[in-house]
Design a protein around this ligand. Sequence first.
Ligand SMILES: NC(=O)c1ccc[n+]([C@@H]2O[C@H](COP(=O)([O-])OP(=O)(O)OC[C@H]3O[C@@H](n4cnc5c(N)ncnc54)[C@H](OP(=O)(O)O)[C@@H]3O)[C@@H](O)[C@H]2O)c1
Length: 307
Amino acid sequence: MKTFHNTINMPALGFGTLIPDAALTISATRDALKAGFRHFDAAERYRNESEVGEALEAGMAAEGIAREDIFVTTKLWNTNHRPERVQPAFEQSLKRLRLDYLDLYLIHTPFAFQPGDDQDPRDENGNVIYDKGVTLLDTWRAMELLVDGGKCRAIGLADITLDKLKAIYEAARIKPAVVQVEAHPYLPETELLEYCQENGIILLAFAPLGHGIKPGPLEDPAVLAVAERVGKTPAQVLLAWAVQRGTAILTTAKTAARAKENFDISSLPQDAFNEINNIQTRQRFNQVVNTGVPGFIPRPNLDTKTN
Ligand SMILES: NC(=O)c1ccc[n+]([C@@H]2O[C@H](COP(=O)([O-])OP(=O)(O)OC[C@H]3O[C@@H](n4cnc5c(N)ncnc54)[C@H](OP(=O)(O)O)[C@@H]3O)[C@@H](O)[C@H]2O)c1
């Protein structure tokens, strides 16, 4: 499996734990470990860090896998951006995950919400209550202190635009190691990827399968044609394309069969790689980068999956 070595040793193929059901979180995480995944992405917001921690602990014991052989990320939620809330939030995540250090801690979105226990604070009109009393750089400074403290190996950002990333990168004492954003052939984020590659930042793509939403990249005619030609599934083609262009990926498979399928990828021939690069459709599936509120952008005639 490809591993990035620029600032941290992060396996390119990551398993995402955004799974609403607790029992399914445990079985899917264990299946992913069994299939070969060694990179796991969690978040305070997903409300299942305890289940992820339980599955990793049991799975590592059963498979004889050492802590140093897995890479675990979790994320600071929007309601914990105030500097004094960062370390407590980090410690709580670590405890729920049953870990004594974290490989990567991300600021989940650049949007600060009203601090408190309610993850989704709203006013009487249903609008999100943002926190104007803290800047992203204030939060970043508190993240840097976690690295100084020794229990957090690297820090990064998620759901961020290039302009906001540049501002943090330039001001940072400890540079972002990873940027996690939505990316797939319909949203290649080429400019952001180039900036990351020039500055030693890993671009970690979420929704590499377009969140599994159909119609979407999984049903794109070019992807289907390449899959047929190279004898791989559309999902394997999309994941191979993503790794081949230099990003890491997060995918969420809920069954053992899909975990195996998504881990079993190999390089595409150059012409096939180019065909995917040449897809012209442009579509963002997740609105989180615009608002800090995760969720699928409503589209006519599609179901209303939320996250
Ligand atoms: N930073 C953020 O704001 C953010 C936002 C979203 C996600 N994430 C992270 O990224 C991870 C990846 O999530 P994602 O939804 O973006 O991943 P994705 O891999 O693009 O989509 C996952 C969906 O695709 C379907 N799928 C998985 N493997 C498949 C296969 N081999 N063939 C056909 N369909 C397949 C599954 O549908 P079924 O449900 O039918 O199994 C699954 O729900 C999350 O778990 C989370 O860790 C981060």
